[in-house]
Write a protein of this length. Structure first.
Length: 169
């Protein structure tokens, strides 16, 4: 591999890095925030009132409210009580507290967790391919005979092995 190809990879690597700096920041921040998704960290409470179908059972109510691990704590007359709210079986009226992140962080998380049904799924694919290019192109930016190349290989192997070990812990 010659000097010209090294410079070409450096240029692609550099300009793609500048281009993707914003989305990398979004993914990094949302990844950190998603680490705490099972807590109420940074979430605010919103009082919600809605009318659902009447006569829902516990399971259907949990689905309608989009609450995982939903459980009714008690039932008194026509009212089912659950953590943070209540549901009137006869009228279908539900009052409950919903905990949400600030809108900007919520939207960043939606971008991070997108799937193939999302209209922006191509952005996730492009970003994944770009990150893969970053990982591979780093090895073409230096001559294999250069000392930094050998050190780079050691670091790459160490990072790979650490990841494999952590996957099985």
């Amino acid at each position: 591999m010659g000097r010209k190809s090294e410079n070409t990879f450096r240029e692609f690597h550099r300009y793609l890095g500048f281009f993707l700096a914003g989305i990398m920041a979004v993914y990094a921040i949302s990844g950190i925030v998603l680490t705490f998704r099972n807590t109420d960290y940074m979430k605010s409470e919103y009082q919600m009132t809605t009318t659902l179908d009447a006569n829902l059972n516990e399971e259907a109510l949990g689905v309608a409210l989009r609450k995982r691990g939903f459980k009714v704590n008690k039932t008194e007359g026509d009212v089912m009580y659950f953590d943070g709210g209540s549901y009137n079986v006869k009228t279908g009226k539900a009052n409950y507290v919903e905990k949400r992140l600030p809108a900007l962080l919520e939207n960043m998380n939606k971008l991070h967790k997108m799937h193939s049904g999302n209209p922006l799924f191509w952005l996730g694919i492009f970003f994944g391919i770009a990150l893969l290019f970053f990982a591979v192109s780093a090895f073409f930016m230096f001559r294999p005979s250069a000392p930094i190349y050998k050190k780079g290989l050691y670091f790459a192997v160490a990072g790979f092995l650490l990841t494999i070990v952590l996957l099985f812990v």
